[in-house]
Design a binder for this molecule. Structure first.
Ligand SMILES: Cc1cc2nc3c(=O)[nH]c(=O)nc-3n(C[C@H](O)[C@H](O)[C@H](O)COP(=O)(O)O)c2cc1C
Length: 249
C-alpha cells in the first residue's frame, strides 16, 4: 500500500471507530491459533515437490465455473496441499512480524484459519482437520465419516458438501483483525475470505477439480461442530472441492 493509502486507511478508522488496541500499544496477538502441545501433526508435501498441471491464467478465468457434482476419484494429498498453500500458505514472515501469503489481507492481518472436512483424500482419514499454515501441516481435530453428514446438515442440507473430496471452512480469529482495525475489522474479515475463496476456484483448475462456494449455513450449528465459540472465532465461508469430469480418471 502507498504511504497515502495507508494514511487514508488510518484516518477512516479513526473517523468511524476511534482507537484500536494496536493504537493503544497492546501487543499483537499470535499469527495463528495455538496448536496443542501433544497434537499429532500430519506433514504435507512441500510446494517445491508438488507437480500440478500448468494452467494459463486466462484459461482459468475463462473456464471458471461453480461445480456441485464431483467425480469419485480421491484428491491426492499433494493436490490438497497445493490448494491449502494457494489459499492460505505462508510465503514469508516479515520483521513486523506479519505473514505474507498468496492472498492479500487487510493490514496483512490474515485472521482466517482453514478448517477442513476431508471426505475423500488419499492418505487422510475422513473427518475434520485444521490447516496449520505456519509449518504447512494438518492437525486432526475429529475423525469419522459421519462429519460429512454433520456439515451437510449445518449447511441446510446441501448434499454436495458430503460428496466433495474436501470442504474448506474458513473461520475468523476475530481479534487478529480487530486488534488493528477495531469493529471495522469485521468488514475486512469478510473481504479477505472472498480473496481466499477465489484463489481456491482458480488453483482448483490446476488439479482438475471444481469448487462451490457456500455461505448458506447455520452459524450456531457449524460453529458448535468445529468447537468455536461463535464470538471470538466463527465460521465465515465454506467451499466444496472435488474432481471434475476430466479429473475422474
Ligand atoms: C458469497 C457466495 C455464497 C455462495 N453460497 C452458495 C451456497 O450456499 N450454495 C451454493 O450452492 N452456491 C453458493 N454460491 C455459488 C453461487 O451460486 C455461484 O457462484 C453463482 O450461481 C454463479 O455461478 P458461477 O460461480 O458458476 O459463475 C455462493 C457464491 C458466493 C460468491
Amino acid at each position: 500500500m502507498t504511504g497515502s493509502g495507508r494514511e487514508f486507511m488510518e484516518r477512516t478508522k479513526y473517523k468511524h471507530l476511534g482507537e484500536s488496541d494496536q493504537d493503544r500499544g497492546v501487543p499483537q496477538p499470535p499469527l495463528q491459533r495455538p496448536v496443542p502441545e501433544d497434537a499429532v501433526l500430519i506433514e504435507l508435501p512441500q510446494l517445491e515437490h508438488i507437480k500440478v498441471k500448468p494452467v494459463d491464467l486466462r484459461t482459468a478465468m475463462e473456464s471458471r465455473r461453480t461445480l456441485r457434482t464431483y467425480g469419485q476419484k480421491a484428491l491426492k494429498l499433494e493436490e490438497l496441499a497445493f490448494l491449502l498453500w494457494c489459499t492460505q500458505g505462508v510465503q514469508r514472515v516479515t520483521d513486523r512480524p506479519v505473514t505474507l501469503r498468496p492472498v492479500p489481507s487487510a493490514g496483512a492481518r490474515h485472521a482466517l484459519e482453514t478448517y477442513l472436512l476431508a471426505n475423500n483424500v488419499e492418505g487422510l482419514e475422513p473427518g475434520l482437520y485444521r490447516y496449520v499454515a505456519l509449518g504447512h501441516k494438518l492437525l486432526a481435530l475429529r475423525l469419522g465419516k459421519h462429519f460429512g453428514r454433520a456439515v451437510v446438515e449445518a449447511a441446510g442440507g446441501q448434499e454436495f458438501l458430503g460428496k466433495s473430496a474436501a470442504t474448506f471452512i474458513w473461520c475468523a480469529d476475530v481479534y487478529r483483525m480487530t486488534w488493528r482495525y477495531g469493529d471495522r475489522g469485521y468488514r475486512y474479515i469478510h473481504l479477505d475470505a472472498g480473496h481466499v475463496c477465489q484463489n481456491l476456484y482458480l488453483s482448483a483448475a490446476a488439479v482438475e477439480c471444481g469448487v462451490c462456494a457456500v455461505a448458506a449455513f447455520d452459524d450456531d450449528q457449524l460453529n458448535e461442530l468445529l468447537g468455536l465459540d461463535g464470538d471470538s472465532m466463527f465460521a465465515v465461508y465454506l467451499a466444496a472441492v472435488g474432481k471434475t469430469a476430466a479429473g475422474r480418471g
